[in-house]
Design a protein around this ligand. Sequence first.
Ligand code: BES
Ligand code: ZN
Ligand code: ZN
Length: 507
Amino acid sequence: MFIVQQEINFREEHPCLIVGLYEKPVKFSGCLEKLDELFSGYLTELVKEGDLSAKEKRIFKMPAFKKIGAKRLIFVGLGKEKDATFSGIREAFGKVFKEVKKAGLEEAAVYVDSFVSENISPVDAAYALSEALPLSTYAFSGYKQKNAPDKQLGGLVVYCQTAEPEELKSALTVGYILGKGTNSARDLVNLPGNMLTATDLADYSRKLAEKYDFEVEILEKEDMEKLGMGAILAVNQGSKEPPKMIVLKYQGKDEWKDVIGLVGKGITFDTGGYSIKTKSGIVGMKSDMGGAAAVLGAMEIIGEFRPEQNVVAVIAATDNMISGNALKPDDVITSLSGKTIEVRNTDAEGRLVLADAVTYAKMHGASFLVDVATLTGGVITALGVKTTGAMTNNEEWFEQVLEASAEAGERIWRLPIFEDDWERVRSSEIADLNNSPGREGHAIMGGAFVGEFAEDTPWVHLDIAGTATSDKATDLGPKGATGVMTRTLALLVERFSKINEKVEPVS
Ligand code: BES
Ligand code: ZN
Ligand code: ZN
């Protein structure tokens, strides 16, 4: 995938050479001086005449006319050097790799030194490029009979004179694994509901467990009945497809303690149940297992990195259907925790399945929790489609998640849960909890409902209803599934294994 080269004399033969250009103003100085010399100063001229610009993410392609070994040069503008950010460089790489793929080139060379600046070390640049490569060139294979074979940009030669090759290689591996894990999550989300049932999700998880030597437990409907998982069973009641509660355990410490619990909503299709969705609102609900996909994507990355951290992943998988047996508004159900729930709205099913999944994660020893779910349309109204909504019961734990999300470049923003919000989810007259206490602040109601089951375990809720899919292509992916939060979760675990338990687990 990546070949690291320390020396460059521009005689090496490649289909194209990718060069980053900072606006300082643009000068072919430093590492780029020699390149300009080989073109007899023509590159400087192009800049002067305004053809070649270093404005952020501006792409400029030119044939190399045999002046250098590479056939073509692709320049990508990086903006002002002092304003350079890791996220910006990652997006610039994404944009340029998309161009290379579009041109049908299967191999390229990157001159990493040209991306290095005061803020961006060679290792940062390598990390950014290796993450951007799989993310930006991802495509879902789909089901067309005549699928034009996608030419993949499969190999990159990475030139860098300013860092140790070994350091560079490990950064390249880390970024690539993060990108690949995200693409696995994207694949799962893009699969239609008939192609990915709860049983399929369980089979997928079993294979993942086998590959990475995770302990695996799949609860069948009968197991759930025995345990009293009345909430997930209620959601599944109207379906012909059996539910699955999927548990994967990765033990990275000698003892099973300080366990991070990653909990994912795995609704493989959400019709809304008897509180049925509108005919436009129902389309796209195959993505209602985006939380489960993020957790599984993160587990793949964790399986590759093998950090010194214990992790239990719990995925509540079922579809939400209608039949003579289905759950109805007004029904009262009893969750695994023993808490009773008045179901006011069968379309607020995510919080029901998460209730049992969160309790089950705690039964498996989780001492820190993150749940990820396409939970509410309300979060889209509040934050739009580029920002994941977050809620918490613990400031320090939230800080950890926030830092991981910043490194991943996955924006999250916190919504509050005040005392009166907790009271609203407890507002049922006939049960302990109400699954839909009204439209006001309903992203918060969704979060608070799940938080009721976390109790005093440090917990962060991530509502990805707006961010799990995108109706536009970005520099780091096509339209469709984004795989959002996969990298945040994986980085959270990886980073947490390296810090000295800043957050006190509950005993
Ligand atoms: N799966 C939906 C949330 C959703 C909406 C995801 C749009 C992706 C895009 C969830 O199960 C749901 O229907 N939530 C309801 C909750 C309401 C009934 C309290 C909603 O947000 O409208
Ligand atoms: Zn729903
Ligand atoms: Zn849903």
